[in-house]
Ligand binder design. Sequence first.
Ligand SMILES: [Zn+2]
Length: 350
Amino acid sequence: MKFAFLTLLSLCLFSTAYAVSQTNFTVGTAAAAPGQKAFGVIEVPARADAGTSIPVAVFHGAKPGPVLALVSGLHGTEYTSIIALEKLIQTLDPAQISGTVVILPLVNIPSFEQKVPHVNPVDKKSMNRYYPGDPNGSQTDRVSWAITKQVVERCDYLIDYHGGDLDENLRPYAYWPKSGNEKQDAITRDMVLAFGLDHIIVWSDRPKDPNASRYLDNTANTRGKPAIAVEAGHSGTVEPEDVQLLVNGSLNVMRYLKMLPGNVVPLQHPVWIGKVDTVESEQPGIFYPLVQRGTYVAQGMTIGYVTDYFGRTVLEAKAPSAGVVLYICAVPSMKKGDTVANIGEITTNP
Ligand SMILES: [Zn+2]
């Protein structure tokens, strides 16, 4: 009797698992059968301002496994990150995947189309500051809400892709969000080491409240879904080596999660960055950089200067600490309060 019951139970469990693996995976209008891919959109209806349609690709693997969400173009002119996910969409084969990959290659279409950095031109909000969003707010709030409900809540892991914006001369780096939850931090640490960008910012002072999560990756992490953020590309360019860093990193995380065959060799000795110092301009004018992205600077070193419109120096920008130039302003335009550079302070105890 006991045996029969267990057999019946296991048959039921088996058939349930089988039924799940035979089911379509649907995000927005993209419904993919097992072993198939599907393209569609997440519709965000108009309210006080315009609606939008966010492109989504679903790769539903032939074999069971986790759901990994890859999101890029919250900032629509961080082109390298967008092109990297376009490349992944062209190369991923659902027949080879265990689990499901959901890809949003370009969230902030108005920014992309109008070439407006940092914000969504529809409501002037950064699309990586208003999570988990609001179904009745402005477009950025509604898009954030749609992604929280339809992507974050459906996934097991997430990667958010960024890069130097039009005015940011940036060296590649990743974020390790250290939450204090040891088990989750061990997974995100493995993910960021598998991804392979060799400078890693340890970001530990993020919001803990899932209802005030602010950033996309933090929205996933505060919901118990390990997530990291990565950045490559600079100043509006799309350089093949930057794109490749993001493509290879994505495939390596998929291997780490056993979603693709093959082993990962994680980074052994990355440069850990324990603190990021932002240098702001106290003066408007014309900016001249004196160091490159990736340069290691000493505390007090002059990293650039600002002149008035007659060429007279009005500000010398100094490094507030020793560290690596994560990015430096890529263009002459400078207004009061703009970021001159971000300097990463190295830590040996992440
Ligand atoms: Zn960004």
